[in-house]
Design a protein around this ligand. Structure first.
Ligand code: AMP
Ligand code: ZN
Length: 504
């Protein structure tokens, strides 16, 4: 085959700014800079929130797959996000602190820690840096001071951004929608319904747990300001890619863009054209995880967390696999059946890889560089590598990439070490941890299980002996006793899973 038949596919990504897939090239050679809107840490993340970070991780791993260095920032919003995404309502953090009688700082620390645990459990690469909003308040005030004279006005409640002061306000959302903004609790005195708070003054006579002095009085920054300032401070603007959930395409990101434009016009790099300046070249958004029972609202409570899935005995990587089974721009329905199917799919993958590892004992199969793989791979595997490359570079088409991984595991008459090399390379992009997870790791102990795995194994061993001795009465007795304790015995399971816990 000639070399030009192996040209790696160029990376193409959907840019919400133009609602089109376009070829991606980083602003700096060989280096992509990415900012992801992080969680508001007033409560646990629900599994919908976590889909947003599985998506950013897939993006980051794909950039790495294409040989780019990546600087990735995820922020922690510990101040400023109101109960409405517009400017109405209470600060989510202040409200949570009042409801729990804990200090706001303790609440932020607790839920930040929990979020980082979720990230680790999902095998999401840690960002290059976590930026915490409250660490950047002086920079936020400095940013606001720069744009205030030409783009803001002051009301009793705070400093507001005049959305009519920048061209094309709301273009990312598909155009300015003042009617929609007007439907959300209006703030007295705003010039335009879509104007938003840059600085929220503490109400007279009221002390907030988090407040800072500013030229506009004691108060706290607006949520949108945080991301403009943290992304600008840590990555410089313009940077390459800004990510968030699809809800952010409507208000939060248009407001960030308006601030970025204002700042750029006031004091940006004159070498960078002001026309069309948005702060980031690509704005990318994941679609929602939805749940027919409406359990995906952090503010309403009663939602599903990754911790609750783990407590029910579901390995977190099964949730990651569920996410990868859908394209990030498609809505994904969450259900117990979908999750169970993802867990079964993960079991099959891990059993397949375990089988290969057993055959490859003593052989090194560390994932080599892609260019090495391309040049040296067994001819039966090369097309799989090329197809995989084409899938993930086609706007992160993971649903097309996963069957190629399954094909690589099952393909016959190929040296096992080469297969493992290819699988390891695929897994660098997919992050399923296939080479380290074992079948035993997948068998999590549900929190309310009445019997430990070791005890189950011991009972099953006793049952095997009874069956070998043709003592079927004892064998049935052991099985029935296990069933009574919530353990289903799975004779003849095609995945060779001998038992599973029946939940709930
Ligand atoms: P929050 O903690 O509310 O600021 O949200 C963290 C991230 O989760 C944001 O990028 C949201 O856009 C995203 N998000 C919120 N709900 C969902 C959902 N149901 N599915 C996917 N992403 C979501
Ligand atoms: Zn943000």
């Amino acid at each position: 085959m000639s070399d030009d038949q192996h040209i790696p596919a160029p990376l193409r990504l959907f840019n919400s700014l133009i609602r089109t897939i376009e070829p991606f090239a980083p602003i700096e050679d060989h280096h992509a800079r990415v900012y992801s809107c992080g969680p508001t840490v007033y409560n646990y993340a629900h599994i919908g929130n976590l889909r947003a970070y599985v998506f950013t991780d897939t993006l980051r791993r794909t950039l790495l797959w294409k040989g780019l260095a990546v600087t990735h920032i995820i922020n922690i919003t510990d101040v400023g996000h109101l109960t409405s995404d517009a400017d109405a309502g209470d600060d989510k953090m202040e409200a949570a602190a009042r409801a729990s009688a804990k200090s706001i700082w303790d609440i932020a620390a607790h839920y930040t820690q929990a979020f980082k645990q979720n990230i680790a459990d999902l095998n999401i690469l840690s960002p290059s840096e976590w930026t915490v909003a409250t660490d950047y308040v002086p920079q936020m005030i400095a940013f606001a001071e720069k744009i205030a004279p030409t783009h803001c006005y002051e009301l009793d409640s705070g400093l507001y951004f005049d959305s009519s002061s920048v061209p094309d306000y709301g273009a990312l959302a598909g155009g300015r929608d003042d009617a929609a903004h007007a439907r959300i609790d209006p703030v007295a005195g705003k010039r335009n319904p879509s104007d938003f708070a840059i600085w929220r003054k503490s109400p007279p006579g009221e002390q907030r747990q988090m407040e800072w002095d500013s030229p506009w009085g004691k108060g706290a920054p607006g949520w949108h300001l945080e991301c403009s300032v943290m992304s600008q401070t840590r990555l410089g603007q313009p940077f390459d890619i800004h990510t968030g959930g699809i809800d952010h395409r409507e208000i939060h990101h248009p407001n960030e863009i308006a601030q970025n434009q204002a700042f750029h016009v006031c004091c940006g790099d004159p070498g960078v054209a002001a026309a069309g300046f948005t702060g980031a070249r690509w704005w990318m958004h994941n679609n929602f995880l939805v749940d027919r029972q409406g359990k995906m609202s952090k503010s309403k409570g009663g939602f599903t967390t990754l911790f609750s899935l783990i407590d029910a005995g579901v390995h977190p990587i099964a949730y990651r696999l569920l996410c990868l089974g859908a394209h990030y721009r498609s809505e994904l329905e969450f259900s117990a059946d979908n999750l169970a199917a993802a867990l079964t799919r993960l079991k099959r993958l891990i059993m397949g890889v375990e089988g290969l590892k057993a055959r490859a004992e003593g052989v090194t199969w560390q994932s080599p560089r892609l260019d090495y793989l391309r040049a040296n791979l067994h001819p039966k595997l090369t097309p799989l590598l090329e197809q995989f490359d084409a899938a993930i570079t086609d706007d992160l088409m993971t649903p097309r990439a996963l069957p190629l991984l399954e094909e690589a595991i099952g393909i016959k008459k190929v040296p096992v070490d080469e297969k493992l090399c290819l699988i390891a390379a695929f897994d660098q992009a997919l992050g399923l941890n296939l080479l380290t997870l074992s079948r035993a790791d997948l068998r999590l102990q549900p929190k309310d299980a009445q019997i430990a795995p070791e005890a189950i194994e011991a009972e099953l061993e006793r049952r095997t002996v009874a069956r070998a001795e043709k003592d079927f009465a004892l064998s049935d007795e052991i099985r029935d006793a296990l069933i009574a304790r919530g353990v289903e015995v799975m004779d003849g399971d095609p995945l060779r899973w001998d038992w599973r816990l029946t939940l709930g």
